[in-house]
Design a protein. Structure first.
Length: 159
């Protein structure tokens, strides 16, 4: 699937009820969290669904199929942290992850978007406009990067 060809048909929306797509959401959370533990993945999904507006899980869909997820936590009023991001393995590196990051400010009052990643994914976040700082950041392992992107504040969309 060539995502750029179908970009206008992609939709980013908050996950409010996981029941119809629970298995697919849990599989994507498992990929993102690098956890095969059913209990851990179920707990992560429940945290997003039950935390109100503090932690939010979004899904990107095409023709009712979930292509990817992005989970964020609000740290301060306009500052959000990407906790989880995953795309279906057969369509990774085709623009879905970047699409989710680009569309997030249309749903949330994002001014600062942050995440922490290892060397394998830092290039992706740089391509998405993040500045990446190799850490001696006190809480991160040596091969981790703290990534930050500053957005011009947009009002959340109604769609």
């Amino acid at each position: 699937m060539q995502i750029t060809k179908y970009k206008d048909a992609l939709e980013l929306a908050p996950v409010q009820d996981a029941n119809p797509q629970r298995d697919q959401l849990k599989r994507l959370l498992s990929i993102s969290s690098k956890s095969d533990s059913e209990d851990t993945v179920r707990q992560l999904l429940n945290e997003y669904l039950l935390s109100g507006t503090k932690k939010l899980l979004f899904k990107v869909t095409f023709e009712d199929q979930i292509l990817g997820i992005i989970g964020v936590e609000q740290l301060e009023h306009h500052r959000f942290f990407i906790r989880h991001i995953a795309v279906e393995p057969d369509i990774q590196w085709k623009g879905v992850g970047k699409f989710m990051i680009e569309r997030l400010p249309k749903h949330l009052p994002v001014k600062i978007l942050e995440t922490e990643v290892d060397e394998l994914y830092v290039g992706f976040f740089r391509e998405c406009g993040f500045d990446a700082f190799p850490e001696p950041y006190e809480k991160l392992p040596q091969d981790q990067f703290h990534c930050v992107k500053v957005h011009k504040l947009l009002p959340p969309s109604e769609d």
